[in-house]
Design a protein around this ligand. Structure first.
Ligand code: ZN
Length: 472
């Protein structure tokens, strides 16, 4: 699901929930040319994963079903025929080849291709004759030729359009299917839709919607048109950018509640400075007056910062549950202290997909060079590290309680006794246990995470590793 569509669904959900309304899922699948296998499942799965649970919809029913437009096919044509009866729509028998020639001629004259209202004034007899002859037809909306049509939008205010700028759009296609615009008006009325949140690419067709509502004498819903999400000041966020879809961001390691939090802020500004919101907090805070008239620029760096804040703010148990699948990508061992590992990872967590690489030393130490024991900051060398590991080995061998607190107390006592800086001892320990320059947690944490057997083995390996290169 495109991030823009998800944001539209989110705003509709927030608006409904804030005002005690009903959030309705309707599947609009009347355009068979645009049918994509599995697309409906993507809608269900994405909305559910994001917690945007619908009150009425195809799978759970409701009083206004069916909630899939292709299952409502029978009713649209009858409504179009009603419009024909009252003179607000008409049959058009223009053939495909006539339309093609017309559009070619218009283009040659420098005009935008449009329908020339050729069949608008056919007599009732002519229409009847053509219908009984089995001629193919569409049903078109009869737009007034003069005057103007206005409509109100919550974000944009009153918008007036001269009727001469509106085309006699098709309501029912040659295959008998309704157009997207017509099916929407009929269904929104029949399903009791009071508020419509949608992208502002529909602003220009809204006057035609209103003429339909007026023709049927139906109540016009509240329109909330939202601006596009842009990649930069001139380009929309599109599939070509590779990163426009909800699934892309999940794959990149964004935490779903953080994605929802960020996209809520794309085009809507909460009151105050606060930026981190759960979905239920968004329901309380959401207000259409905060929706912007300017396009929102998608900023992945900002989204990452919000993701990091989200991960840091989780409780220990929540964080652990979220990261376990990522840890398991590189860690098959079960006998480690996952709680301590989670505590070490949480303060610096940014993207969930960073985690497998951060813990990939837990099953086995990667190849490394003795240079890894050199730290200017810690004032360590392979030689000093060898001394440190040799000092730690008997100490830890004689330690039965391998909890972090116990190991920490013992090592600190030894460091004080030896009169050296902490790093001189702890940095070599961390290096021997991980074989890496960057680790979640220091030497003592890693020892406690790995447990006694593995820690002793890795210290011995570290000693052998240094001795193999250093001549004492
Ligand atoms: Zn025609």
């Amino acid at each position: 699901m495109h991030i823009g569509n998800l944001r539209t669904a989110l705003y509709a959900y927030l608006l409904a929930k804030k005002d005690g309304g009903t959030f309705i899922l309707r599947i609009e699948d009347t355009d068979q040319n645009r049918y994509v296998e599995g697309a409906t499942d993507v809608i269900y799965d994405t909305l559910r994963a994001c917690g945007l649970n619908w009150d009425e919809g195809p799978d759970i029913g409701g009083d206004y079903g069916p909630y899939i437009q292709s299952e409502r096919m029978g009713l649209y044509k009858d409504y179009a025929k009603k419009l024909v009866e009252i003179g607000k729509a008409y049959y058009c028998f223009c053939t495909k080849s006539r339309m093609e020639t017309l559009h070619e001629d218009q283009k040659a004259n420098g005009e935008t291709p449009h329908y020339d209202r050729h069949c608008r004034d056919l007599s009732a007899e002519e229409v009847q004759k053509l219908l009984s002859s089995g001629a193919e037809y569409v049903i078109r909306q009869k737009i007034p030729t003069d005057g103007e049509t206005s409509f109100n939008d919550i974000i944009y205010g009153e918008i007036k359009t001269p009727n001469k700028d509106l085309d006699d759009q098709i309501l029912i296609k040659a295959d008998g299917m309704p157009t997207y615009n017509f099916a929407n008006v009929v269904d929104d009325h029949l399903m009791g839709i009071t508020h419509i949140v949608r992208g502002n690419e529909y602003l220009s067709s809204t006057p035609k919607y209103n003429l339909l509502y007026e023709a049927f004498d139906w109540e016009i819903p509240v329109y909330i048109h939202v601006e596009h999400i842009m990649r930069d000041s001139t380009h929309k966020l599109s599939k070509r950018d590779g990163d426009a879809y909800f699934g892309d961001f999940v794959k990149k390691g964004f935490y779903i509640p953080a994605i929802i939090n960020y996209i809520a802020l794309l085009g809507w500004a909460p009151k105050g400075e606060r930026e981190i919101f759960t979905l239920s907090e968004l329901i309380k805070e959401f207000d259409v007056s905060g929706i912007s008239k300017s396009p929102a620029i998608f900023d992945e760096v900002k989204m990452k910062a919000i993701n990091a804040e989200w991960l840091r703010a989780l409780s220990h148990d929540e964080f652990k549950t979220v990261i376990i699948p990522y840890i398991k990508e590189t860690v098959k061992r079960e006998d480690i202290d996952f709680d301590l590992l989670a505590d070490c990872l949480q303060p610096r967590a940014e993207l969930l997909t960073d985690i497998p690489e951060k813990v990939d030393f837990i099953d086995s130490v990667p190849e490394y060079k003795n240079d890894l024991y050199i730290s200017k900051k810690m004032k360590t060398t392979p030689e000093s590290s060898l001394d440190a590991l040799k000092m730690l080995l008997p100490l830890l061998e004689n330690t039965d309680d391998f909890s972090f607190d116990s190991i920490h107390a013992k090592i600190m006592e030894k460091i004080t006794e030896a009169g050296v800086k902490n790093g001189v001892i702890l940095f070599p320990l961390r290096t021997a246990l991980s074989g890496k320059a960057m680790t979640p947690g220091g030497g003592t944490e890693l020892a406690a995470i790995l447990g006694k057997t593995e820690t002793i083995k890795r210290i011995k390996d570290g000693i052998a590793h240094i001795e193999a290169e250093v001549t004492i």
